[in-house]
Design a binder for this molecule. Structure first.
Ligand SMILES: Cc1ncc(COP(=O)(O)O)c(C=O)c1O
Length: 371
């Protein structure tokens, strides 16, 4: 496993002043998306190569002509269906155009120029960038030595600031690591006044259920906690753009102030259909991804390459050289991999794809690594 002494040296205090250095790489990837090259494989965005569930695909095919209208009349039933799937009441859920929309609306609701957005890095950077773009206050501290969110320090920062929104991704993107259940339970029960904890569970269905407790438990107990979930990852519907948030009714109402609660009708229908198959397909997909990821980990160990122990459908590999040249070198050979996540400048994030894609990844990775 990876020690992170160097990481700690880099992070303390300087991250908030450091520009995110991944722009060129992001632009590079965006170009590739605009002009797709034949045979290119995408292991860069933590998507799911299995795609939509069969019933979801059928709902999309059947519903094409219904895109003529908004279908507001279906939205209430969708909220009820989502609530039932998580053992909540309809007024404890809201849905959005991907979970991204819920994250953005929550940032609008619970942060300001005075009330900060607080997180530990590296993590999914878009929410912090959004808060910054609004001119809202942001606070970043480093993850712990075992790549968990340092819950006591997050609470201290919120206390010092007089409240705010704590963002915690579990499992975390990009490190694929978990924050221990006991730490999360402590934070949910020890939030300073005026503080909301937002737990982003975009990848939680990929995690061994015996290792993780969903923060939905704290929502059910009416704590100051909001949980976001998405149909983009294990459900394989990133392009359908459906996500949802869960929280106490008053928190849900605050977030709803900043969004219209309208999503594409085909996404709504596909998500509804997918929920009907979830009990069978979600565990199967988790098992399949875990097998493929395990094979990659074994191969890396054989090659003497270290990585962070993964709990989601992606893996952070210690490449011991600058990812800013390694990523583009892989890209030129037809394998798109994750963007840089400063300050982990020598780590490469790879999404777990199909067996064939991972065979191609291994071959290309080794060519670039041993060059
Ligand atoms: C941690 C995390 N949260 C949220 C999202 C946003 O997903 P979506 O808007 O597709 O639901 C992503 C996307 O990759 C992510 O990595």
């Amino acid at each position: 496993m990876i020690t992170r002494r160097a990481f700690a040296r880099h992070v303390g205090g300087v991250v908030s002043a450091m520009p995110w250095a991944g722009e060129a790489f992001l632009a590079h990837r965006a170009m590739a998306r605009v002009v797709p090259r034949s045979g290119m494989i995408s292991l860069d965005s933590n998507e799911n190569p299995a795609g939509p569930f069969p019933a979801a695909l059928e709902a999309i095919k059947q519903g094409a002509a219904d895109t003529a209208r908004y279908h507001f009349e279906e939205f209430g039933a969708f909220a009820e269906r989502l609530a039932r799937s998580e053992d909540l009441k309809p007024d404890q859920v809201l849905f959005g155009v991907g979970s991204s929309e819920i994250l953005s609306a929550a940032i609008c609701a619970f942060t300001s120029a005075a009330l900060p957005m607080i997180t530990a890095v590296p993590t999914f950077e878009i929410p912090m960038e959004f808060a910054r773009s609004l001119g809202h206050k942001t606070i970043e501290i480093p993850l712990t030595g075992s790549w968990a969110f340092p819950v006591k320090r997050l609470a201290q920062e919120a206390d010092r600031a007089g409240g705010g929104l704590i963002y915690l991704s579990n499992p975390n993107n990009p490190t694929s690591s978990l924050t221990p259940n006991a730490d999360l339970a402590w934070l949910a029960s020890n939030l300073p006044a005026n503080t909301v904890l937002l737990v982003d569970e975009a990848y939680i269905q990929f995690t061994d259920p015996s290792r993780v407790t969903s923060a939905l438990d704290y929502v059910r107990r009416n704590q100051n906690v909001v949980v976001t979930r998405t149909f983009s990852k294990i459900y394989g519907m990133a392009g359908a753009r459906v996500g949802f948030g869960c929280g106490r009714p008053d928190l849900v109402r605050s977030i709803l102030t900043f969004k219209d609660n309208v999503i594409p009708i085909l996404g709504l229908r596909a998500a509804t259909a997918a929920l009907g198959e979830a009990a069978i397909i979600v565990p199967k997909r988790r098992a399949e991804m875990t097998r493929i990821r395990g094979e990659l980990c074994s191969w890396l160990r054989e090659k003497g390459v270290s990585y962070i122990e993964p709990h989601a459908n992606f893996l952070m590999i210690d490449i011991r050289r600058d990812v800013r040249s390694f990523g583009p070198a892989m890209f030129r050979k037809g394998v798109a991999v994750g963007r840089p996540f400063p300050p982990l400048d020598q780590m490469l994030r790879v999404t777990i794809g199909t067996d064939q894609e991972m065979a191609r990844f291994r071959e290309t990775f080794w060519q670039v690594y041993s060059a």
